[in-house]
Design a protein around this ligand. Structure first.
Ligand SMILES: *[C@@H]1O[C@H](CO)[C@@H](O)[C@H](O)[C@H]1NC(C)=O
Ligand SMILES: *[C@@H]1O[C@H](CO)[C@@H](O)[C@H](O)[C@H]1NC(C)=O
Ligand SMILES: *[C@@H]1O[C@H](CO)[C@@H](O)[C@H](O)[C@H]1NC(C)=O
Ligand SMILES: *[C@@H]1O[C@H](CO)[C@@H](O)[C@H](O)[C@H]1NC(C)=O
Ligand SMILES: *[C@@H]1O[C@H](CO)[C@@H](O)[C@H](O)[C@H]1NC(C)=O
Ligand SMILES: *[C@@H]1O[C@H](CO)[C@@H](O)[C@H](O)[C@H]1NC(C)=O
Length: 521
């Protein structure tokens, strides 16, 4: 289906050429160029990912206790009352799944450790059965030449710590998280070189502590999506994220002092980012888009870079956003070896500063914008707009110090009962991998691309109704048999060196909008 036809011209030259054609001749060119795995540096890794609660199942086996995500699902807040008790049964089927990864040619696999499986009460004794499972999984990956990228917290801290002191709203969690990280570094760090402390703390804090549409389901009226037993949407999102940054940097410091010399690994954090585009060219919409990026991304990135929150956030949230002491500021600043970017889709941003006249404001109101984008809560396919990824990577390059980065999640959502011929997922991956190469060649410090997700998972918002997997999981089959979708075959071809075509890169009038048209060959 695809020819192995490596195009010698670089993407940059092509873009320059097309630009020239468009500007000078005013014509659209249908010139095609091809992209292969070999256009990326040798040490750039391609992989795919899952996370513990979404993949493992075996929720109450071998000593695991519930996480806040178990509780959230069992309380009925996920589509159709679904939960991750069984998920993909990865706990028992990990060998089978690693075999599929090998067949697919994956170079890296990103997964997460279940804190409440490893340390069932959140602190204290380590569960030997969990050690055995994660050792087996890691060994299986390593012996097949697949690089593990391991997340420590993916929306799923132990319910025991939520019950005891309120989880992330208490500073006590900093010590417990650091001890948990210590166990992971000590037990697995001889084979794991890439650690992500906390996955998308921005979305976790917004969903879990403001709107209440994610675990641990804290929110206060009138900001709740569903009524909640506890919470304070005006303060808790800021507090939770503050403690996350302290816990993250404490784990990084621990790694650097106790493990780095011996294990030579890298510790980072992942951040969720939309593409933020002003809805109009008015100054207030341009400022609004910048403010939205400050609230979403700067919230995490500015403290990591400079040891403090963005000025725009401090001005608006006032005393509701915690203050870093000098000691904390020093601890947080520079506490990363790399940043993981999670990106799916774009938003058009309109200024909504009027809302700042109200005194009762949650994190979302503080942002003071209206967002328009593909509905996060609908079971719908994402538009393929890879210029949003290019735009965000440019911002990381220009405003956040161009850190080493992995794209840790990016992929197409479809209904889980959609066809195995998932052409839209193939087109999505082609567009975004094309954008990744474009950004790499324009100076972004990119180290890898990890597609979400390896197989169909229990998803945060839609349960089993929507899916992102390269492999389909037949949930009507008690064996939960996996079937490759077209996207799995396509990704495998690409990873094994075949090329794909990208056609007509053009810069539009608004230079922030680069559209990459691409089609399945
Ligand atoms: C949560 O809110 C949604 C939307 O209002 C509603 O459909 C759903 O039934 C609620 N879930 C629970 C468990 O109350
Ligand atoms: C949230 O916390 C703030 C600051 O402590 C307090 O003024 C406010 O009353 C709290 N709101 C709720 C709903 O508890
Ligand atoms: C976004 O901009 C368009 C004009 O480009 C306008 O029609 C629309 O009302 C704006 N949306 C909002 C919510 O302001
Ligand atoms: C955002 O604005 C662009 C035009 O600038 C438009 O093409 C696109 O449909 C808008 N997206 C949404 C989700 O409103
Ligand atoms: C998938 O499920 C939805 C909702 O139940 C249904 O409307 C749709 O027809 C189904 N599609 C297929 C291809 O079975
Ligand atoms: C390349 O990066 C520069 C900043 O270093 C940015 O201004 C420019 O828009 C980028 N070009 C493209 C085509 O993305």
């Amino acid at each position: 289906m695809m020819e192995n036809n490596k195009e010698p011209l670089s993407l940059i030259i092509i873009i320059g050429f097309m630009l020239l054609l468009n500007l000078v001749l005013g014509v659209d060119s249908a010139e095609k160029f091809r992209i292969t795995r070999h256009d990326f540096p040798n040490d750039f890794v391609f992989g795919s990912g899952t996370s513990a609660y979404q993949w493992e199942g075996a929720a109450d086996e071998d000593g695991r206790t519930p996480s806040v995500w178990d509780t959230y699902a069992h309380d009925g807040y996920v589509h159709g009352g679904q939960n991750g008790d069984v998920a993909c049964d990865g706990y028992h089927k990990y060998k089978e799944d690693v075999k599929l990864m090998v067949e697919s040619g994956l170079e890296a696999y990103r997964f997460s450790i279940s804190w409440s499986r490893l340390i069932p009460n959140g602190r204290g004794p380590v569960n030997p059965k969990a050690l055995e499972f994660y050792n087996n999984l890691i060994n299986e990956l390593i012996s097949n030449g697949i690089q593990p990228h391991v997340t420590l917290h993916n929306f799923d801290f132990p319910q025991a710590l939520e019950d005891e002191y309120g989880g992330w709203i208490s500073r006590k969690i900093v010590r417990d998280f650091t001890n948990y990280a210590d166990v992971c570094f000590r037990e697995f760090g001889d084979r794991v070189s890439y650690w992500i402390t906390i996955n998308e703390p921005n979305v976790f804090s917004l969903g879990g502590y403001d709107q209440g549409n994610g675990p641990p389901h804290h929110c206060s009226p009138p900001f709740c999506v569903n009524k909640s037993k506890r919470g304070n949407s005006t303060t808790e999102p800021y507090l939770a994220l503050h403690h996350i940054l302290l816990a993250h940097s404490s784990a990084v410091r621990l790694y650097r002092t106790k493990y780095k010399e011996k294990q030579n690994g890298f510790v980072g954090i992942s951040v969720y980012s939309f593409g933020f585009f002003p809805n109009t060219t008015t100054e207030k919409d341009i400022l609004a888009a910048q403010r939205a990026r400050d609230f979403f991304v700067g919230w995490v990135m500015e403290p990591l870079l400079h040891g403090d929150y963005p000025t725009s956030m401090k001005k608006i949230a006032g005393t509701r956003i915690p203050t870093f002491t000098d000691r904390e500021s020093k601890l947080v600043k520079g506490s990363y070896d790399f940043i993981g970017l999670i990106h799916y889709t774009n938003l058009n941003i309109t200024d909504n500063s009027l809302v700042l006249e109200s005194n009762l404001r949650d994190f979302s109101a503080d942002m003071a914008v209206l967002m328009h984008g593909s509905d996060l809560f609908a079971n719908a396919e994402y538009p393929i707009e890879p210029w949003g990824l290019i735009e965000e990577l440019n911002h990381f390059k220009l405003n956040y110090g161009n850190p080493p980065m992995f794209i840790y999640e990016n992929g197409q959502r479809t209904a889980s009962n959609a066809s195995l011929q998932d052409v839209s997922r193939v087109k999505y991956l082609q567009g975004y991998i094309g954008a990744t190469l474009h950004s790499l060649r324009n100076g972004s410090n990119l180290k890898g691309y990890i597609a979400w997700s390896f197989i169909d998972l229990f998803e945060l918002l839609d349960g089993y109704e929507s899916s992102f997997g390269l492999y389909y999981v037949d949930r009507n089959d008690p064996e939960l048999k996996r079937y490759p979708k077209l996207s799995a075959k396509w990704y495998s071809w690409f990873l094994k060196g075949r090329s794909f075509a990208v056609e007509a890169i053009e810069l539009e009038k608004d230079s922030s909008h680069i559209s990459i048209d691409h089609f399945f060959d």
